[in-house]
Design a protein around this ligand. Structure first.
Ligand code: COI
Length: 355
């Protein structure tokens, strides 16, 4: 067990109402913090008021982008219990992301203890309206003030919490996606498979351009040929052609999503034909011509399932299905959120009750 010092905030903030939560706008009263140095390892675990970190402007994270994070959710069930979704998997992923960026990784069990302790302190912040949750954002940054290019030797691990509503302001309405045929987000051998802050910076310019064209997000293609689909916005991508549901295989260019893995598991449980294989945009176009492109959807922690209603190209647009939420997308959304809120059986042991 990690000894965690708790320093309570002298005054507590008013809690926002469930309706206007949005995503990532509000933060709870407290955060967790722990520091790393080569001599002491991870030390001084504490829960303290949410506030500035006090970074030196020479801190390596600000210059060379040694920053990784993860994102998971805690739900308040109808029974009032708090449940975290696949928390161990999230902590393991944070560990491997940090390793990829040559950072001091946080042992997954320490990260988990930190998150549980903080959530317990902030239990009143877990909202209870449908679709809401407490979003958990554990982050590791290089804090050593040094401008030489090498892995830093000091790090900060912190966890902040944000009560959230649905990620998309318009609810689960299908979104229009721009198929990006020039910019790339990550190439083979790069950082794409880690939840590195830099990956999100890499995607911003194209997503801004897509928004100007009237699209909500970008569909990223492979960096080498711009032929194969990879992910959609910050989410993993699934395509249903006829009765086959296809998602690209994990080759290190995008994140091994925990919602992705859960969706694959559920569809296999239901006896569906599920393939982790390469899918070319041309195959999607062909399927569309034949009337077989039935559903496209993204999966991620923030949005859970995000149906795609149309794909935009320079040459025109493919409308998917009838522009409504597809049958598999809806079933996955209902089942996953049912498990998360404790109204459906948790057959795979994904939920941890936090007491
Ligand atoms: C998620 O789907 O949870 C994401 O990765 C998006 C997040 C960075 C806001």
């Amino acid at each position: 067990m990690l000894p965690i010092e708790v320093q309570r905030a002298p005054t507590l903030k008013p809690k926002p109402s469930s309706e206007g939560l949005g995503f990532g706008k509000y933060f709870t009263d407290h955060m967790f913090r722990m520091d790393y140095s080569p001599e002491r390892g991870w030390h001084q675990a504490r829960i303290l008021p949410h506030g500035p970190l006090g970074l030196d402007p020479g801190a390596a994270v600000l210059h060379y982008a040694q920053a990784v994070f993860d994102g998971s959710k805690v739900f308040r069930g109808k029974d009032g219990q708090l449940r975290a979704f696949r928390i161990d998997d999230h902590c393991k992923r944070l560990h491997s992301s940090a390793e990829r960026l040559a950072m001091a990784p946080v042992p997954p069990e320490l990260a988990r203890e930190a998150i549980e302790a903080l959530v317990k302190v902030e239990a009143d912040w877990v909202p209870n309206a449908p679709g809401t949750a407490l979003y958990v954002r554990p982050t590791v940054i290089a804090s050593e003030a040094f401008l030489g290019v090498r892995p830093a030797d000091k790090y900060i691990f912190f966890v902040i919490l944000s009560p959230v509503g649905s990620y998309f302001s318009g609810g689960a309405e299908p979104v229009r996606i721009w198929v990006e045929q020039q910019a790339t987000r990550a190439a083979k051998g790069g950082l794409g498979g880690a939840k590195a802050a830099a990956n999100y910076a890499a995607g911003l310019q194209a997503s801004m351009e897509a928004k100007k064209r009237g699209y909500a997000q970008v569909l990223w293609l492979d960096a080498a040929e711009h032929r194969y689909i990879e992910e959609v916005g910050t989410m993993n991508l699934f395509v249903r052609i006829g009765d086959e549901v296809i998602t690209p295989p994990l080759e290190g260019t995008f994140l091994p999503g925990i919602t992705r893995e859960s969706a694959l598991q559920l569809m296999r449980d239901w006896g569906m034909k599920v393939s982790e294989r390469k899918l070319a945009v041309d195959e999607m176009r062909e399927a569309h011509k034949k009337g077989e492109l039935r559903e496209v959807f993204g999966t991620g922690t923030a949005a859970v399932i995000s149906p795609v209603g149309a794909l935009g190209f320079r040459e025109g647009q493919l409308v998917i299905g009838d522009g409504k939420v597809g049958e598999v997308s809806q079933r996955l959304y209902d089942t996953l959120t049912g498990i998360q809120y404790g109204t459906q059986p948790d057959r795979h042991g994904w939920m941890t009750v936090i007491k």
